[in-house]
Each structure stands twice: as structure tokens, then as C-alpha cells.
Design a protein around this ligand. Sequence first.
Ligand code: PSV
Ligand code: MN
Ligand code: MN
Length: 388
Amino acid sequence: MNDTGAVKEALRRQQIETPSWAYGNSGTRFKVFAQQGVPRTPQEKIDDAAQVHRFTGVAPRVAVHIPWDRVDDYAALAAYAEERGVRIGAVNTNVFQDDDYMLGSVTNPDPAVRRKALDHLLEAVDIMDQTGSRDLKLWFSDGTNYPGQDDIRARQDRLAEALAAVYERLGDDQRFLLEYKLFEPAFYMTDVPDWGASYAHCVKLGPKAQVVVDTGHHAPGTNIEFIVAFLLREGKLGGFDFNSRFYADDDLMVGAADPFQLFRIMYEVVRGGGYEPDANVAFMLDQCHNVEPKIQGQIRSVMNVQEATAKALLVDREALAAAQAAGDVLEANAVFMDAYNTDVRPLLAELREEMGLHPDPVAAYKASGYYERVVEERKDGQAAGWGA
Ligand code: PSV
Ligand code: MN
Ligand code: MN
């Protein structure tokens, strides 16, 4: 797509979902650094997410994580979000922070623990009914630390049983996204370690089961864009948890560590039709801002995804196809790199102005005084954190 008008039009309809937990305090297992002005309630997290949308125009949804965002009335929470110009997006489940889950949740050898975990997943679908959310995000920390600790095959059977029960419970317009992760917290074997395991379970269940690619969940050197191309081709790419990493699951700002990889991923999304409105690929962020200001960190991340998308849309697909058909390796690579090396910031600034936004979202946010206001307003009470 080379016509700038068409590129802008495509960028205008982009929707990037931000995670409620990115607005709260977070850290590593060594230390959580408390920041000022951090939200104390799920509502305040939504207030902050609304700021990201206000200044970027492309972040209209916020994902919630249960029980971190537990409230009495989820329909009221959804209404609260709508009043602030955003909606509740994916409902993320949490079966990893309870003592009972030490040896696993849905794959635990104890049927009572499995039942408890499944009840939580089903409760999350009840919540989706109230928030109007389409996506249930399932990530299991389940796995083992030592060879022989538990039976790998039996654990797969238990996983399949739980997934089938959740699938059965989904409404017509709902789906689940099964997230995989190579390791951590399990260090020998993880029950959903890679896209293949997630894909196989999802294929068995049907179209309402889709794979979600968290960009931080692979072995170093993995070609993530290949996975994206493959899953899209099979109609099984449900979405992304975007973040970037230098080592493992670093949860740094997307596009910070490797903007070229993000471009390559977005190119495969565009190439595979995943950017079309009816493709239903969810572009979510899953990040933690441990040392940087959180709302600004989210704004920067949204802009990074926009920039990678703009470059991906700018690839001259005709010229690329011609070079590929001719076997012209260097020309094909040059066409691809031309798009990556284009400075798309002026185009995005122009687009924002056309959308009635400030061309520089970070500057506009800083000038708004929102941060100073919430630092003052949120002085008292317990700040929300990863796990609260
Ligand atoms: C696990 O590492 C993960 O990526 C899952 O998506 C969790 O729900 C999320 O992190 C929590 O931050
Ligand atoms: Mn994730
Ligand atoms: Mn992760």
C-alpha cells in the first residue's frame, strides 16, 4: 500500500488495547518501586487508560485482570469506562497467585484445585457477559520444576478438559485466547510452552479458541513473524500481547528493544490480512513500567506500534512481489528495508492533526497537567500494584 491517503485511513482505524496493570506499581522479584499518582482502584486505572486514548486516539479499550480489578458490579465498571470514552477489553484470568496453585492450576494433580481454577475461569466468562467483552485471555503458569515431578501427558489431558469446559461456556460472540510461554515460573516444563501446543488445543476445540502471541514469551532468536504468518494463514491468530525484551519476559515497552522485529511482525499481520477490520486480531499491550512514568510509557508504546504499523503498510507490495517472483533477492530485501527506513513520524503527526489531536501525544499529555493533578488527588490510600 503506497497511497499515503490509504495508509492514513488504515492507521486511523487502528485499535490498541492497553492493560490495566500497566498503570499500577510493578517491579521485579527484587523490588517494586512505588511511583506517585498511581491509581488506587480499577476505576482510576480506567481514568489513566482514558488519557492514553485521549492523546493518541487509537487506544479505545483497556484490558482487565481478575482479581486485580475485582469490583462488585462489572456492568457499572463498563459504564464508567464508557463515560470516559473507553471500553473494557479482554478479561485476563489469574490462576497463578494463590497458594493452592503451587503445583499447577488446571493441570494440578489434585482435582479439588483443578475445580477451583476452572471455577475462576468460568467466573471470568460471567464477567465478560457483564462488561460486553469479546475476549477471555488464558495464561497458565502451570508446569513442573523437575523431571519426573508430574506426568506430562496427564497434565495435557487435564488442560484439555478445562479448556473444553471453558469453550463450552463461551457465548456466541465470545472467544478465548490461549497464551503460551516458554518458561517461568516453571523452570523444567511448562504445560503451554509454545504456539504449537496452544494451536493444537485450539484447533481441537474450534473457532472460538484462538492463539495469542505474547512477544516476550519465546526463546531468544525465535522468528516470531513466522509464527504470526503461520497462525494467520490457519485462521488461528487471536491477538498479541505486545512488549519487548532483551533477555526473557522483560515486559519492556513494545518496540523499545527491537523496533525492526516489531515492523517484521506487523508486516506479516498486514500481509496475512490480519489488519483487516473483520480479522479480529486483538492488538493488546502487556507491559510493566517499573522505572518510567506509566501513562507516558503507555503513550510511547502505542506510538511505537503505530510507527511499526505505518511502515508495514508502506511496504510496496507490488514491487516486493515482482522482485520475489524474479528471484531478485537484493531488490526484494531493498523494497522491504525502504519501508522500514521511512521516517513515518511526520505522517503520523499529520494524521493526528486530521483526527483533531495534538501531533505530539507525549508533549500534549505532559502539558495537560493530568499527572500533577493525580499525584495530588491520589496522595492517600493504597496504590494499586501488580497483584492488587
Ligand atoms: C505472563 O507472563 C503474562 O504475560 C500473562 O499475560 C499474564 O496474565 C501477564 O503476564 C500478567 O502481567
Ligand atoms: Mn502476556
Ligand atoms: Mn508475560
